[in-house]
Design a protein around this ligand. Structure first.
Ligand code: ATP
Length: 239
């Protein structure tokens, strides 16, 4: 049987009277590239933040890498690479200095020299090797997005949880991030990403969960839900 790296049951988050996430049972299999697809305001960011223990659920259960969140999130986080709603970076510091700071504040593994190499390696990997000494304030939005992704890769995570990772990127940048995610996935990293773009999920993912006003209206292998034209067919319930 396939192992699940993310599983939620009846997961609900209410703000006042309104459910941002409504009774969601999510199943993300080990090795998948899972796309969490929904329009703006449908609850994607709230879901991602709950998976990372940043927002508490109103009701329901979450298991990530076999451990309950938020109660054991401290054990889970060292194995996750996360990017939530655009990276936060110190604008006056270089890309490299920002990553070194992030590395120092995170769960450290390995010798200091090896860690420095790792910072250089991930910067190279996301295509920022040539500009890594420039202050981040001179970076484009796409470059900042890639710096965020580099930060998520620092600890060689088993699982990537990425909120709209290609937001703000130009078509070339989008292709680069997609290729990178496919390569990482082929090497064994499970990828969970949110997106409001159907084409993105179609181009990148093996599995899809479609969210509409907080409710999960479809969850399946992408191949199983393609219509005769090869495009994803989604029927959402009437309001
Ligand atoms: P976007 O792509 O625009 O970020 P999203 O799919 O990520 O949208 P969320 O940001 O999770 O959606 O928001 C889902 C709903 O919950 C929205 O109606 C939003 O206004 C509401 N919401 C989110 N966070 C809060 C909060 N802290 N307080 C009150 N309402 C919130």
């Amino acid at each position: 049987m396939t192992r699940l790296v993310i599983e939620t049951r009846g997961l609900t988050k209410r703000y006042g009277g309104r459910a941002a996430v409504d009774d969601v049972d999510l199943h993300v299999a080990e090795g998948a590239r899972y796309g969490f697809l929904g329009p703006n305001g449908s609850g994607k960011t709230t879901m991602v933040r709950m998976l990372l223990g940043l927002v508490y659920a109103t009701r329901g259960e979450i298991s990530v890498l076999g451990r309950p969140v938020p109660s054991r999130v401290a054990e889970v986080l060292p194995e996750i690479g996360a990017m939530v709603e655009g990276p936060a970076a110190y604008p006056h510091l270089s890309g490299r200095a920002n990553l070194a700071l992030l590395d120092a504040s995170g769960p450290r593994r390995g010798r200091a020299g090896r860690r420095r190499e790792r910072v250089e390696e991930v910067l190279e990997r996301v295509g920022l090797g040539a500009v890594d000494r420039r202050p981040v304030r001179t970076y484009s939005l796409g470059m900042r997005q890639r710096l965020g992704l580099a930060g998520a890769l620092l600890n060689r995570p088993r699982l990537l949880v990425l909120d709209e990772p290609t937001n703000g990127l130009d078509p070339h940048g989008i292709r680069e991030v997609r290729d990178l995610l496919v390569t990482l996935n082929a090497a064994g990293t499970t990828v969970f990403l949110s997106s409001h773009l159907l084409a993105e999920i179609e181009a990148l993912c093996t599995d899809v969960g479609v969210v509409d006003r907080g409710r999960l209206v479809l969850e399946d292998a992408l191949d199983a839900v393609r219509g005769p034209t090869g495009r994803l067919v989604v029927r959402t319930p009437d309001p």
